[in-house]
Design a protein around this ligand. Sequence first.
Ligand code: FEO
Length: 393
Amino acid sequence: MKLKKIADNVYMIACLDWDRRLFDSLIPLPDGTSYNSYIIKGSEKTVMVDSVDPEFSDLLLHHLQDIKKIDFIIANHAEQDHSGTIPKVLEKYPDSKVITTAIGRSLLMAHLHIPEDRFQTVKDGESISLGDKTLEFMHMPWVHWPETMVTYLREDRMLFSCDFFGSHIATTDTFVTDEGRVYEAAKRYYAEIMMPFRKMIQKHLARLAEYDIGLIAPSHGPAYNKPEFILEAYKEWVSDQPKNVVVVPYISMHGSTKRLVNRLVQGLANEGITVYQFDLAVTDIGKLAIALVDAATIVVGVPTVRSSPHPNVMYALNVANVVVPKARYAAVLNSYGWSNESTLAAVTNAIPNLKVEVVGAVGCKGLPTAETYKEVDQLVRTISEKHKEDNLI
Ligand code: FEO
């Protein structure tokens, strides 16, 4: 595959990882992913922006075979899927330097053993000239590591954002063509990686609003030649206002919890609330994370196994606690064999990072009774009232 031209003397090198199905041995990748590196040829200096996953180092070096000189390698982010091939590029271009933040330097030295004298650190707002092109570096920590920055190519109005605005998707498209498909992939990426840093991202978006951005070039997924598409999506995702959405992750061992879930979901739907229901025995945890981006309320359906909550539910709660959605309310539906003494406390204690008000807990020993269903119906009314009070309905 040849270098993809995205502007005059600016090229994308997209390494497509069609078959990767897990990232960090944790995050499902139903559409694979890609690692984008960029080459910017100024009249005096040439730079590479980000490298690629070490699995693709041969492909990257193949793309670089006709490039005689690289002066700088911009490391917007130290994670190995973007930095892992930097040592090989430094070897190929012995006079080149890595440009990164001071924290980025310490991380790259620790993770890749790059010698200290191969770095040139940049301060927030600093710029360098490539001759007829100028690069400005903006420190944007916590998208999603502490050292992350983005690089703005002033003359071409291009933003190299690395993970920020990225999408886990393998596609031969240089620019977004199927917005629906990329929207879901980018939202999945945001939900799993960026959501814990929502407040920081609000500030970064406000800063970027001051810039004239004609194209966003992330290091995962296609580039955005209509950047408002992803900028508007991010604004919505990071906003403090949830939607009229309830997410119901659950497990049912013998059908009792499922009965409670069915009653609740039907009742909420009748109230005009959008519900996403996930059977945790089979669900893609990334789909759950996507639904959590907008949810105002989370209702967990959990059976008690001996004296503890079902472990699949605890795993999902742990994920929710890590990604920190903006949900405001939570409730529990529980069925148990003979005792549920510790289950409810274990469930609510599992999500300390979430600032949620617990608005109800309905339990039943064995099958739900008419009384149990009345309690579920009351929970429906409570959730509906909360959503109305918050002007979500
Ligand atoms: Fe795509 Fe944080 O690495």
